[in-house]
Design a binder for this molecule. Structure first.
Ligand SMILES: [Zn+2]
Length: 170
């Protein structure tokens, strides 16, 4: 399964403050396949439209479930919880998106207003759900308590890399 789509007019969803709920199979999230230990499972989503201050349009997205991924420490399967809870502001065109400077200024000013996305009358919610799942994952998926160790030769090679990954800002 690939190229799944859930086409919605997200502007009217938000304007009418309606909601969309459903399930997507883990198998349909093709961009995640290489990180999965198997493709079983389903994720439940809810997209709720909302009109905010100054008639700005928002969608609140929640996605829950779990996926069988590969532990980056022991390379065994690990059940990774998915718990997305995010709000996005819909804008009409790319001109209304914040540029990188504005985003940086907002972050420095402690402004945590929602990220903006360009909406559409034929908007593919599926792609957005897949994006949100990917963004919600930790940079390195591991068991909470991972008691298996890699063989020494592999472990020695892997550990400096792990340390580098931890240095990278999130
Ligand atoms: Zn592990």
């Amino acid at each position: 399964m690939s190229n799944q789509s859930i086409i919605q007019d997200v502007f009217s969803l938000a304007r009418n403050e309606t909601q969309l709920t459903g399930q997507v199979s883990v198998a349909s999230l093709t961009r995640l396949h290489r990180d999965l230990s198997d493709q079983t499972g389903v994720l439940t989503y809810r997209v709720v439209g909302r009109v905010g201050d100054k008639t700005n349009l928002f969608i609140d997205i929640t996605i829950d479930g779990s996926m069988n991924m590969v532990c980056q420490r022991c390379l065994e399967p690990v059940s990774q919880l998915v718990a997305v809870d995010n709000t996005l502001q819909l804008v009409e065109s790319e001109d209304e998106l914040d540029n990188e400077e504005e985003e940086l200024a907002a972050i420095l000013a402690g402004d945590n207003s929602p990220e903006k996305i360009v909406g559409a009358k034929e908007f593919n919610i599926f792609d957005l759900l897949e994006d949100e799942v990917i963004l919600s994952l930790p940079m390195s998926v591991t068991h909470d308590i991972c008691d298996k160790q890699l063989p020494m030769s592999v472990g020695e090679k892997a550990s400096p890399f792990d340390a580098l990954l931890k240095l990278k800002p999130k």
